[in-house]
Design a protein around this ligand. Structure first.
Ligand SMILES: Cc1ncc(COP(=O)(O)O)c(C=O)c1O
Length: 380
């Protein structure tokens, strides 16, 4: 619970108009999905990203599940993704029966190591799913140049990097589709929510059908058919308009949220760089051709004991710092398939510091002081 910590790991951003908009959704009498707030969020995201269509979903996980259904993933198909990611990236495709093939990550950005892709692709590869870790873009040019000629669709997992760019292009607009997350921990949130970015025009109406429980209800609502019926596989992926109302307030204030996060991220970087250099600690790396979303600020400690020691030192001061992800290729479900030493190394050494718009500068100073004192006090 956030309240139990002097400085919690996360406090969801409140832009200001959330409650007004939620009240308006309720007063308008349209609280199921597909109301005016849903449309406004979708249109705003489509226009800002400059893409074909954006479909709000009940979570980032569900956006990934929709992409797997839309690609017709079936048992025997292979889907390549990094081992260093959240469970949902894999689970969404495993649900369709796919075998997940894990790539390792680059040690600089902790993103999928694009150089491994050629050796992982087989004639059964049906999708590649790069994850823009911390909102820093994967090497999309290399990934596209490998997948494009082979006709392998790319689905970007952009749960972290909304509005960030790679070589001037918005993350989430370079693959055939992309998943966004609006979970409480994300930069822009409505508690639980997500979106499927559909960059391929030929998939837009199919995506509506998958979202609408496998029916052509959207065509019916537009007057294109006189009744709607079951036409393909699908599920119930549309969020309530009350959640869309909350989300719209956040999206409208995206610049303010972005600037505050960037400010805090840069302040961590400036404040901790000398200490990191002195103690062999690695801070986040952002290639010059990427603008990032300041979603994560991490320290890569020299080893697991020093990571655990720093985490304990901060917790003793009432500061919650956390680590993630457990290497997916070593999970019970993946049964150890894959060779991902960088993933194992990063997962055992990473520690994420609190970063959110409501973090005050004095709280951030307390976090940095805690890091400094714990490290200089000797970790073991
Ligand atoms: C990389 C990544 N992909 C997907 C997800 C799933 O998003 P959601 O929690 O909205 O289902 C997350 C959530 O943390 C994530 O970090």
């Amino acid at each position: 619970m956030a309240a139990d910590w002097r400085i919690p790991f996360n406090r969801p951003a409140m832009a200001g108009r959330e409650l007004d908009y939620v009240r308006r959704a309720i007063e308008d009498g349209h609280i199921s999905g597909g109301g005016s707030f849903t449309s406004r969020c979708q249109d705003l995201l489509r226009d800002v990203l400059g893409t074909e269509a954006v479909i709000l979903t009940t979570s980032g996980t569900h956006a990934l599940e929709m992409s797997a259904i839309l690609l017709g993933i079936k048992p025997g198909d292979e889907v390549i993704m990094p081992s260093f990611t959240f469970v949902s990236t894999a689970n969404a495709f495993a649900l369709r029966g796919a075998r997940i093939v894990f790539s390792d990550i680059r040690m600089d950005t902790l993103n999928m190591d694009e150089d491994q892709l050629p050796s992982l692709v087989t004639e059964r590869t049906r999708a590649v799913v790069p994850v823009h870790y911390g909102g820093v873009g994967c090497e999309m040019d290399s990934i596209s140049s490998i997948c494009g000629p082979l006709g392998i669709p790319v689905v970007e997992d952009n749960a972290h990097g909304l509005f960030a760019t790679y070589r001037g292009r918005k993350l989430g607009t370079m693959g055939r589709m992309a998943a966004l997350s609006f979970h409480e921990t994300k930069n822009i949130t409505c508690g639980e929510g997500g979106a499927l970015v559909v960059n391929d025009p030929s998939l837009v109406s199919a995506a509506e059908i998958v979202r609408d429980k496998g029916t052509d209800r959207s065509r019916f609502l537009r007057g294109e058919v006189d009744r709607y019926t079951w036409v393909s596989l699908g599920s119930s992926y549309q969020p309530s308009d009350m959640l869309a109302a909350y989300l719209l307030a956040q999206l409208e204030d995206r610049q303010k949220i972005w600037e505050r996060r960037s400010f805090l991220w840069n302040r961590y970087m400036d404040g901790l760089a000398p200490l990191a250099a002195e103690h062999g600690i690695r801070l986040p790396a952002v290639p010059a051709h990427c603008s990032h979303s300041s979603h994560v600020f991490y320290l890569l400690m020299p080893d697991r004991p020093s990571r655990d020691g720093l985490m304990d030192g901060l917790r003793n001061r009432g500061i919650l710092a956390v680590f993630h992800y457990q290497p997916l290729h070593l999970s019970v479900m993946a049964r150890g398939e894959g060779h991902c030493p960088n993933t194992i190394s990063a997962a055992s050494r990473i520690l994420r510091l609190p970063i959110y718009p409501g973090l005050t500068e004095s709280e951030q100073d307390t976090v940095m002081e805690g890091v400094r004192e714990t490290i200089e006090g000797g970790l073991r």
